[in-house]
Write a protein that binds this ligand. Structure first.
Ligand code: NAD
Ligand code: FES
Length: 281
């Protein structure tokens, strides 16, 4: 059993939980994820690790309620437990394996969209801990949906906040801030990391391709087993079939077929669509 030590609501439908998971907290790295199960028969829910504390033996997860399982999960409180937390799964972010001195020569731009701020945070924090300051753009629909702003402020070199409706920070989508930084403020970036809704990652990639900035995205398609066996998380990258759970979750954004990935995500939302996808696989 994995006890929940802290549970709080961050914004409408967005929740944060600190979970005691000693083996995972001892080994996890930025970019990796876990699969949680509430009880024996519960659905397996993949979630990125938002933070970890090796001394306290905890991991922090952030999730949005999108269906019956996550709705039920949001009712859990400190003192409750998860039946299972499996991980760390997937591959760590590429920069974790790079030489720190080489890494220090590169200028990184992180783009965090909505709940995608949760997986961006541990990456920016890791880089800060290794002496690397990065620029971060955080975008949300409105001020009320902005999460982890103070935490991000503490680890980002420069933080640019934008809301679609202008209720806080800049007004407009993250892509407009990228354009402003590069075209008007003369910023130069060697790598962009974009994590958020699929549609955001698609449009960030179209723009960064034009601006010639190599871009990494973290994909979160529907996952079932998380071990590369079921095919649910299949995506096409550079014309080749990849499984986000074992080959990712991070990929070269300029090579991802986002239209196919979005279509699959939509189809998985209905029973009929799931059956159809199974037949094709
Ligand atoms: P959202 O819809 O509020 O979007 C966040 C920001 O993305 C917007 O404020 C905007 O700046 C930008 N954006 C959206 N559409 C855009 C477009 N067409 N062009 C340019 N920029 C655009 O975000 P949300 O409601 O928090 O998103 C939830 C989605 O994010 C869910 O589908 C969830 O699965 C996904 N998600 C992805 C990851 C990941 O690892 N990739 C992690 C967590 C959540
Ligand atoms: Fe089953 Fe990736 S979740 S193959």
């Amino acid at each position: 059993m994995y006890p929940i030590l802290e549970a709080k609501k961050l914004a409408d439908k967005i929740y944060l939980m600190v979970v005691k998971a000693p083996r995972i907290s001892a080994n996890c790295k930025p970019g990796e994820f876990v699969i949680v199960k509430m009880d024996e028969k519960g659905e397996r829910i993949p979630l990125t690790i938002c933070d970890y504390d090796r001394e306290k033996e905890t991991i922090t997860i952030v999730f949005q309620t999108v269906g019956a399982s996550t709705e039920r999960m949001s009712a859990l409180q400190a003192g409750d437990s998860f039946r299972d937390v499996v991980g760390p799964l997937g591959n760590p972010s590429d920069f974790v394996k790079e030489d720190i001195e080489e890494l220090k020569k590169k200028k990184y731009l992180f783009v965090a969209g909505g709940v995608g701020t949760a997986p961006v945070y541990p990456q920016v924090k890791w880089l800060k801990e290794h002496g690397i300051d990065v620029d971060v753009i955080m975008g949300s629909k409105t001020k009320d949906l902005l999460i982890l702003e103070e935490e991000m402020k503490a680890v980002a070199g420069n933080l640019y906040v934008t809301t679609d409706d202008g209720s806080y920070g800049h007004k407009g989508m993250v892509t407009e801030v990228i354009k402003d930084l590069v075209n008007n403020q003369g910023k130069k970036y060697d790598v962009c990391v974009a994590i958020g809704p699929m549609i955001m990652m698609k449009f960030v990639c179209l723009l960064t391709k034009e601006l010639e900035i190599p871009t990494v995205v973290s994909l979160n398609p529907i996952m079932v087993d998380g071990t590369g066996m079921c095919g649910a998380c299949r995506v096409t990258v550079d014309g080749k079939v990849k499984f986000a759970c074992v080959d990712g979750p991070e990929f070269d954004g300029h090579a991802v077929n986002f239209d196919e990935a979005m279509k699959r995500q939509q189809m998985y939302k209905t029973e009929e669509g799931r059956a159809l996808l199974k037949l094709r696989e």
